[in-house]
Design a protein around this ligand. Structure first.
Ligand SMILES: Cc1cc2nc3c(=O)[nH]c(=O)nc-3n(C[C@H](O)[C@H](O)[C@H](O)COP(=O)(O)OP(=O)(O)OC[C@H]3O[C@@H](n4cnc5c(N)ncnc54)[C@H](O)[C@@H]3O)c2cc1C
Length: 222
């Protein structure tokens, strides 16, 4: 992937906060001259607050607005504050950061399997919308199928929802149980994003299926 992007700090007025569920929302900011590669993240602060947190970019590379998908963490410091932002409030965006994204050399030659838990879907939304011709598959782990946000944005045939606490997903059970059951082509690149427990377990499963560390890229949220 390209890595020669300039890391910058910009101040933006919030455009919109789109509530997806009671505790999940999309925050939109004007993109202006901000450039990034799909899969990267930003560091965000609220003007007047000394704290910042990282968020994957949810919107595609060429979109007019810069968007992030946020889950409010109960008892957390920052995410509950984000939830109360309104159009016109000022935020500070630092970045872009990270190398989590497609390997350019393998983009057309490999199958790309995106494995996410919860809001770990965010960078994959950006990637899939930025590269519509990609040979991809998404495996998402959530508790309830309704936590598969904006699912119509994806090719439904390529998207498997693993729901562990209701029976409305494509697979009833944990993402890792699903991973154990499926077969993947030899030329598959895996991208894992979300909580560290899921990532650790998924890496062990992929290893047992014969995929080496080279074929797996990870982004740990917490
Ligand atoms: C590279 C990177 C990209 C990230 N991208 C996203 C993103 O796209 N969307 C997003 O919602 N978050 C994302 N995060 C997590 C985010 O940076 C914050 O950690 C999260 O918003 C919680 O911040 P907080 O201040 O509310 O909680 P804190 O007060 O910092 O922490 C409270 C506790 O919540 C735990 N925690 C953190 N995130 C979660 C979570 N999602 N679910 C459950 N527990 C959690 C922490 O481990 C901690 O124990 C990303 C993190 C990293 C490192």
């Amino acid at each position: 992937m390209k890595t020669d992007l300039q890391i910058d700090t910009s101040y933006y007025k919030v455009l919109d906060l789109r509530q997806l569920t009671e505790n999940t929302f999309i925050l939109s900011m004007p993109k202006s001259r901000f450039k990034f590669v799909a899969g990267q993240h930003i560091s965000l602060s609220i003007m007047g607050d000394y704290q910042s947190r990282e968020y994957s970019i949810y919107s595609p590379e060429e979109a007019d607005n810069l968007e992030i998908l946020v889950k409010e963490v109960e008892g957390g410091y920052f995410s509950p504050k984000l939830k109360h932002l309104k159009a016109g409030d000022m935020v500070e965006v630092h970045g872009p950061f990270g190398k989590f994204g497609l390997d350019e050399k393998k983009r057309h030659t490999h199958q790309h399997v995106f494995v996410a838990s919860g809001t770990g879907i965010a960078p994959f939304h950006s990637i899939v919308k930025s590269y519509p011709d990609l040979n991809y598959r998404i495996i998402l782990g959530v508790r309830y199928a309704g936590e598969a946000y904006e699912i119509d944005d994806y090719d439904r045939e390529r998207f498997t929802v693993c729901a562990s606490r209701d029976e409305k997903g494509d697979f009833n059970g944990r993402l890792t149980e699903y991973l154990e059951k499926v077969e993947f082509a030899k030329n598959t690149c895996f991208y894992l994003c979300g909580n560290s427990d899921m990532i650790f377990d998924a890496m062990e499963i992929l290893k047992s299926k014969g995929f080496d560390r080279e074929s797996v890229t990870v982004e740990v949220y917490f």
